[in-house]
Design a protein around this ligand. Structure first.
Ligand code: GLU
Ligand code: MG
Length: 629
């Protein structure tokens, strides 16, 4: 998650003074890359995934599952892996990275994947090698788990970390989350603190509670420690930040402590990257819905299945003016507030505009796009087209959140730090990525909505499916443009509980430049007026010379995605919810107790390892397959 510079981070009042400096130089840095790279052509269709894990400590005697805060030691040990650890199992030594939570690890392949069937069939094995390497470096009772949200993160009546810590840290001021859950690298506590300070209050996250037969009505959370008054912000919960009938959370860690599955694709040119960005954008809600895996928050079942809005609120650094909750302060406002106009969305949200220069894209860009006018003018004056200029100027309406005092004055021709500072803290459903320094890598797009899946069979399935959809876009020439406002609407529907059975999604009809509403089953399998995503993938695969056995192996992945979309198999979220609700100790009151949490996580671990079947979640052959690899 973002750039890990070394040095001394500035406290918010000092960082704020340098906002404009970072923006001005950030955009020069982008221009320098754009000038050198805009005509770059011919990069290969390489791609890679990012998997995020939580390290969970299971104690079978106490029957507890806790988040293990040993990220630092584990990453150090992973950094010592060498080729002998992966000999004969994967093409290159994978890489491991820190993430926001001190219980999180992220992994990426050591070498990108290609797009041929053989390359796609490398993905699952590569993921499994990464999981094995991680597992081998954990304590015997620790497990690397790929789950979206930790069910009891922030529960104050029992410990949820190993070792336990008190809430009320200096960075997040949270009533629930200790600062010790945050990565020790100074960037992360500084991000946490600066988001809170810029905003002028703690972040406010309210997830609707899942109403079960014995859930109190109204639900007024008895576990919020209202009486603690250590920080001035402690009064916020009582003063209205915590809503009835909702699960209230008050810290960045509740969001950035969730895990996801992201995939990044290199395009052959900048124009091709822009095309992929546009065509993948309408797919972001659909893939969020079928990959939904996060139904639990702070010890309760939520009435949503996915993490998106939680993270969005968890890093929402907008001031009251920007949120539209206070009148514009007018003249005399601080420098960093001078462009403090209403901002419709958090920094973590769905994209606001398509990136190609064509009439359809223009017509579908139907939501107001707030831009930093100075940035837009600078880009236009330098010859950047209006659409790309608006995209960048939109990202640059934000302030940089973490500035290192050693990294203020940089050479704009060689550094991209200031650009990346803003780029990497605009966490949107898609990200358009200019080539990094060096000559090895070209223009890329990142597909960011998906939730992490319990098993690498599923993680490979979703990754491979998106990889193949990029070929559908580029080689079959589809046109999925639809109004951005409807993509936004879809993203909200995608997070609803059991979206597969309850929601319809706007999508462009196959036979007309108009949209209609479809179920996920229809979108993935097709209807009379819609080809369907999976039939298109199969149509593309039919054009490729692929051995029958390889095709059958790819079909297993596509079938998994199809089964999730039409409800033949449950999403991870539906499975977790069902497990909790049918647990003998569950009181039908929406509470995920410590005991249920332990049974859930140890069962999920056994399923992942292929020691326990999971009918309804995974295809029948999963356990044998997992044990065979
Ligand atoms: N963990 C975050 C998520 O679930 C993403 C952080 C990142 O961009 O790597 O979306
Ligand atoms: Mg990450």
């Amino acid at each position: 998650m973002g750039l890990l510079s070394l040095g001394t981070p500035l406290a918010w009042p000092d960082a704020r003074e340098l906002s404009e400096h970072v923006r001005v130089h950030g955009i020069e840095q982008f221009l320098s890359v754009w000038r050198r790279m805009r005509d770059r052509q011919g990069d290969a269709p390489l791609w890679g995934d990012e998997l995020e894990y939580m390290v969970v400590a299971l104690d079978p005697e106490q029957r507890t599952a806790r988040l293990s805060l040993r990220q630092g030691e584990i990453l150090q040990r992973l950094a010592q892996c060498d080729d002998s650890d992966v000999l004969g199992t994967c093409a290159a030594l994978p890489t491991f990275h820190p993430e926001y939570g001190r219980y999180m690890i992220e992994s990426t392949p050591g070498r990108p994947f290609g797009i041929s069937a053989d390359e796609l069939l490398r993905v699952e094995r590569d993921m499994l090698v990464r999981r094995r390497l991680t597992r081998e470096r954990l304590l015997p009772n620790e497990v690397p788990m790929t789950i979206g949200s930790f069910p009891r993160l922030g529960v104050t009546d029992t410990a949820f970390t190993d070792p336990p810590h008190e809430a009320h840290g200096a960075a997040s001021h949270s009533l629930f989350l200790p600062d010790e859950i945050i990565n020790t690298h100074v960037r992360f506590p500084t991000l946490t603190s600066n988001i809170r300070q810029r905003r002028g209050s703690k972040v406010r996250i309210n997830v609707p509670i899942f109403r079960d037969t014995h859930t109190p009505e109204p639900f007024v959370d008895p576990t919020i420690p209202y009486e603690r008054e250590l920080f001035p912000e402690d009064g916020e919960a009582r003063a209205g930040a915590a809503w009835a009938d909702h699960i209230y959370m008050d810290a960045m860690g509740f969001g950035m402590g969730c895990c996801c599955l992201q995939v990044t694709f290199q395009a052959s040119s900048m124009d091709e990257a822009r095309k992929l960005y546009d065509q993948l954008t309408p797919l972001t809600p659909l893939l969020l819905a079928v990959s939904a895996a996060s139904p639990t928050y702070r010890g309760y079942l939520g009435d949503v299945d996915a993490r998106w809005n939680v993270i969005s609120a968890a890093v929402d650094d907008r001031t009251p003016v920007e949120r539209g909750e206070a009148p514009f302060a007018g003249a005399g406002a601080h420098n960093s507030d001078t462009h403090a106009r209403r901002l419709r969305k958090s920094r973590y949200d769905s994209v606001d505009s398509y990136l190609c220069e064509n009439d359809e894209a223009r017509a579908c860009n139907d939501v107001p796009l707030e831009v930093n006018e100075a940035v837009e003018q600078r880009l236009r004056a330098a010859g950047v087209d209006a659409v790309l200029a608006a995209h960048m100027a939109h990202l640059f309406v934000r302030d940089p959140l973490v500035i290192f005092s050693e990294n203020v004055d940089l050479h704009d021709a060689t550094s991209v730090d200031h650009f990346e500072n803003l780029q990497s803290t605009n966490w949107q459903t898609m990200r358009f990525k200019p080539p990094p320094p060096g000559n090895a890598i070209g223009w890329r797009v990142e597909f960011r909505p998906m939730e992490i899946q319990l098993t690498d069979f599923e993680n490979a399935a979703f990754s491979v499916c998106i990889a193949l959809l990029t070929r559908v876009v580029l080689e079959l020439g589809v046109d999925w443009y639809m109004p951005i406002s409807l993509v936004d609407e879809n993203l909200q529907r995608a997070q609803q509980r059991d979206a597969v059975h309850t929601q319809r999604f706007h999508f462009r009809r196959g036979d007309a430049p108009a949209t209609a509403e479809y179920t996920l089953a229809e979108l993935f399998h097709g209807t009379d007026d819609l080809p369907g995503l999976l039939p298109l993938v199969h149509r593309y695969l039919d054009t490729q010379p692929i051995a029958a056995a390889s095709r059958a192996a790819l079909n297993e992945y596509l079938d998994l995605v199809g089964a999730r979309a039409d409800g033949r198999l449950m999403t991870n979220a539906a499975y977790i919810r069902q497990f909790v609700r049918s647990h003998a100790a569950y009181r039908h009151d929406s509470v995920v107790s410590d005991e249920i949490n332990y049974d859930l996580l140890s069962t999920l671990d056994a399923i992942e390892r292929g020691e326990k079947e999971a009918p309804g979640l995974l295809p029948a052959g999963y356990a044998a397959r997992r044990q065979g690899i």
